[in-house]
Design a protein around this ligand. Structure first.
Ligand SMILES: Cc1cc2nc3c(=O)[nH]c(=O)nc-3n(C[C@H](O)[C@H](O)[C@H](O)COP(=O)(O)OP(=O)(O)OC[C@H]3O[C@@H](n4cnc5c(N)ncnc54)[C@H](O)[C@@H]3O)c2cc1C
Length: 569
């Protein structure tokens, strides 16, 4: 089996190697008990001795052992059994346990079948009944076979196994979910592992539904949701308390910072995360602009440290559950989770972040990080000193990016679909771009392709008004085509800006000196949304500046408003 094993410090299913099995099969109860007794006497300290009184039962046991990834060292099988003979049974089980040793128990009359079995099922030995005394006629033969088996066998992985295909995105998503949540697992590629494929076929007749996830207790899940997988993998998926002071939605930098401060200040705090802690930052290979880490810090490390810190202060963390909506039942706020369960508390802090809008263009994924970037990848700017770069998009963020890169690059070309920047960009930025000699704006064009060997070398663009295409040489392409805030779930209940980001505090649209629909004497607190006691911080908040430090700062600062709010309920 492929040995792509992922480990982490939190292991609901720790690595442990169970004893390999010896499975003895005979339909005669007296013979079965006798051989089982003799095997236990000699081998029970190193092997798990199992028995079955028919071929069908033995086959079921073999399947279950394969599903648990328990290795079978030896099958010791009677030849003459009704329905399924010993050799027929061995033919089936060798598909699931090809490395096992196979021994037939035969009477004198079965010798021919045993000899035939040597070739047919790669029989290692046949033992004539009776085998007394075992010290002379049983143990020496089995000792040799088992010693040889041990010398050739790598102990099986005894944790969660993900059986999937590299071409199945749900398989990738399950691996990503487990590894980002630090649950150890073994990846088994069904496209290249025939033995695993046999096992998968014994569990389902629809191999288009992947992955199949096998657990050490012998159970399996097929294409499970994150919530189901999280629960089975031993992650917390429901709150332990009936009531919380603060319910934080989203465990990116903003949510984690909020939970650390809330819990450290004695508030009953729970954090709900649909994927894995760390959010967007958790997927970054190196964050170089976060205060206090002069050599940078990986997103995974930062996320793990913050998660440990939040837990240490007593914050609970639910993983794999998505928040569907928030209900107001004054003075309480009820958070509804994807499995229909609910959390109740006084305050809710929404820190659900955002996703960059992606540019659809064939082959672009091959250049992520080696010429293609989403947003102002400022740490990359120096790499493109005196090179030609492209900025895609015509909004303010693209304008700021273009001005920033113009200080490093030889030439910056902005590609926009519109007729001019006027409709999408602030005038002050348009003026500054016009004053910058190494920025050119190319209008009415869209990106159609990317080219390069190892790194990006050129980009194919098409004019919007015709089919005309041409190629522009460029070492880097910075994409600013907007972001999708994770706030649709709250669209009906909260005020949002035009792009869908959640409005808070003084930014809330006002009517007669108060925010629309606001029925309190006081004005909204900093970071408070249009529902009192519901706050928003980090990338999902309108006006946030989409950086790790900003998210951490907003998440931490929100606690001040939370305390003020709690003083009123
Ligand atoms: C690849 C990459 C590299 C980056 N590098 C840098 C860098 O070097 N420096 C820098 O300053 N910034 C960087 N950023 C930006 C930075 O990561 C973000 O600004 C920051 O993560 C925002 O934090 P957040 O907590 O507001 O939101 P997010 O990090 O987006 O976290 C939001 C979390 O909420 C969860 N969530 C969403 N909806 C729900 C729901 N309904 N229920 C439950 N959970 C939900 C999401 O799964 C996610 O985990 C990078 C971003 C990316 C994508």
């Amino acid at each position: 089996m492929p040995q792509d094993v992922s480990f982490g410090p939190r292991t609901p299913y720790p690595l442990q190697v169970t004893k390999p099995a010896i499975l003895v099969v005979d339909d005669d109860a007296t013979v079965l008990s006798a051989i089982e007794r003799d095997l236990r006497k000699q081998y029970r300290s190193d092997y798990r001795i199992m028995k079955a009184d028919s071929g069908a039962d033995a086959l079921e046991a073999a399947k279950e052992l394969a599903a648990r990834n328990t290795t079978v060292a030896l099958f010791l099988v009677d030849q003459r059994m009704p329905v399924m003979s010993g050799t027929e049974l061995l033919r089936e089980v060798m598909k699931l346990h090809p490395g096992s040793r196979r021994v037939l128990l035969t009477a004198y009359a079965d010798t021919d079948a045993a000899i035939a079995g040597i070739n047919e099922v790669a029989l290692d030995h046949y033992l004539m009944k009776p085998w007394d005394p075992p010290d002379e006629r049983l143990y020496p033969v089995l000792d040799d076979l088992l010693n040889e088996w041990r010398a050739r066998t790598i102990p099986a992985f005894d944790g969660i196994r993900v059986l999937g295909s590299q071409w199945s995105s749900p398989s990738y998503a399950a691996k990503d979910f487990l590894s980002r949540n630090r649950v150890p697992y073994e990846w088994v590629d069904l496209d290249s592992d025939a033995q695993a494929r046999t096992l998968a076929e014994s569990l389902t007749n629809d191999l288009t539904r992947l992955p199949i996830i096998l657990f050490p207790d012998g159970t399996h899940l097929i294409a499970p949701s994150n919530a189901v997988l999280a629960e089975k993998a031993g992650l917390q998926t429901h709150g332990h308390l009936p009531f919380y002071d603060v319910i934080v939605i989203g465990a990116g930098p903003a949510g984690l910072a909020n939970a650390v401060y809330a819990a450290s200040e004695g508030l009953r705090t729970i954090l709900v995360e649909s994927q894995a802690t760390g959010g967007q930052a958790g997927t970054s290979s190196l964050i170089e602009n976060y205060l206090g880490f002069p050599s940078g810090v990986t997103g995974a490390d930062l996320a793990q440290r913050a998660t440990t810190q939040a837990r240490r202060f007593g914050a609970e963390l639910i993983t794999g559950q998505e928040v569907m909506t928030i209900r107001r039942e004054d003075p309480y706020r009820v958070v509804v989770l994807s499995d229909g369960s609910e959390l109740t508390g006084y305050c809710v802090v929404i820190t659900t972040g955002m996703t960059s809008r992606t540019l659809e263009c064939s082959g672009i994924e091959n250049f992520f990080g080696v010429g293609v970037y989403y947003g102002a990848a400022m740490t990359e700017a120096a790499r493109y000193r005196d090179k030609d770069v492209l900025v895609i998009g015509g909004a303010n963020s693209a304008g700021q990016g273009a001005l920033f890169f113009s200080r490093h690059a030889r030439k910056v070309t902005m590609l926009i679909r519109g007729h001019s920047l006027e409709a999408t960009m602030s005038q002050y930025l348009i003026d500054r771009i016009a004053e910058t000699p190494n920025i050119e704006v190319m209008t009415r064009v869209e990106v159609r392709g990317v080219k390069g060997d190892k790194y990006l070398e050129s980009v194919v663009v098409k004019t919007v008004d015709s089919e005309e295409q041409h190629t522009i040489a460029a070492s880097a392409m910075f994409i600013f085509i907007g972001a999708l805030p994770h706030a649709d779930r709250f669209a009906k209940i909260l005020e949002r800006d035009e792009a869908g980001f959640i409005l808070t505090g003084a930014d809330l649209p006002s009517e007669y000196g108060r925010p629309r629909g606001w029925n309190l004497e006081r004005q909204p607190l900093t970071f408070e949304t249009s529902i009192p006691g519901v706050f928003a911080a980090g990338d999902v908040r309108s006006g946030s500046n989409h950086r790790v430090a900003a998210a951490v700062g907003e998440g931490s600062a929100t606690i001040h408003s939370v305390h003020r709010y709690l003083g009123t309920v």
